[in-house]
Design a binder for this molecule. Structure first.
Ligand SMILES: C[S@@+](CC[C@H](N)C(=O)[O-])C[C@H]1O[C@@H](n2cnc3c(N)ncnc32)[C@H](O)[C@@H]1O
Length: 224
């Protein structure tokens, strides 16, 4: 199946407009965090492309000291409100940044990214954020697989981009989807242990639609 043709760039304007239009459609943190990170001792964490903050706030509530970074000021304002509601303001900071050029001041014990697709090639983005994991730390990538969302009730692609966290468009654009094998191949086996590499399906029930999601999940530990 071919992806929809994308005529725009995934730039700051695109994402900020997207989040303005998504107001009032908050969704819970994705279930992979709990599943994949349960055994880890909390330390410092980066959520790369944190959007409105559900995952960053989840991490903070589970003891991590979190940096949530995103291109969209609107998303970060919502994220800050969520952190306040959750009572975790002291464990999370928000950074408005273009992660395709930004460099962190230090490394993190955990770097997560959930469905982020910036304007650069997806694998280049994964390679970049992998460098920000400290030795002994963990990288968790949750991403789209091609043709990843469908609206079960209407037997059709979900044109409101039923991604669990509300970005807009039924399918991730083709350039935002990569295979599981390609994603794993980003991680040099001399420097990484692959702890999990899975293609997963899950469903998400929302008042207006029921979505079937097709995701990739890669968790790795940095050796050196
Ligand atoms: C599909 S949303 C996912 C948001 C969130 N992680 C979630 O799972 O709900 C992708 C996010 O990546 C952010 N993003 C895209 N390109 C970026 C970039 N170059 N630097 C920082 N964030 C970026 C967008 O603003 C958006 O919030």
């Amino acid at each position: 199946m071919k992806g929809r043709h994308v005529t725009h760039s995934f730039d700051k304007q695109y994402w900020d407009d997207h989040w303005r239009e998504s107001v009032g459609r908050p969704t819970p943190p994705n279930p992979y965090l709990e599943e994949q990170l349960a055994g880890l001792t909390p330390g410092t964490a980066l959520d790369a492309g944190c959007g409105t903050g559900a995952e960053a706030v989840w991490l903070a509530a589970h003891g991590w000291t979190v940096t949530g970074a995103d291109l969209s000021p609107h998303a970060l304002r919502e994220a800050a409100a969520l952190a306040s509601e959750a009572g975790v303001l002291d464990r999370v900071r928000w950074v408005e940044a273009d992660l395709t050029g930004w460099e962190p001041e230090g490394r993190f014990d955990l770097v997560v990214t959930n469905y982020a697709h910036p304007a650069i090639p997806q694998l280049e983005f994964y390679r970049r954020i992998a460098d920000w994991v400290t030795v002994g730390g963990t990288l968790l990538i949750v991403g789209h697989l091609h043709g990843h969302v469908s609206d079960v009730r209407h037997s059709a692609p979900d044109h409101t981009h039923g991604n669990p966290h509300g970005h807009d468009g039924g399918h991730a654009p083709e350039e935002a989807t990569v295979t599981l094998a390609d994603t794993v191949a980003v991680l040099d086996p001399d420097r990484w242990t692959i702890d999990a590499a899975e293609q997963r399906r899950r469903s998400l029930n929302m008042p207006e639609r029921e979505l079937s999601l097709h995701d990739l999940v890669v968790r790795a530990t940095r050796l050196r």
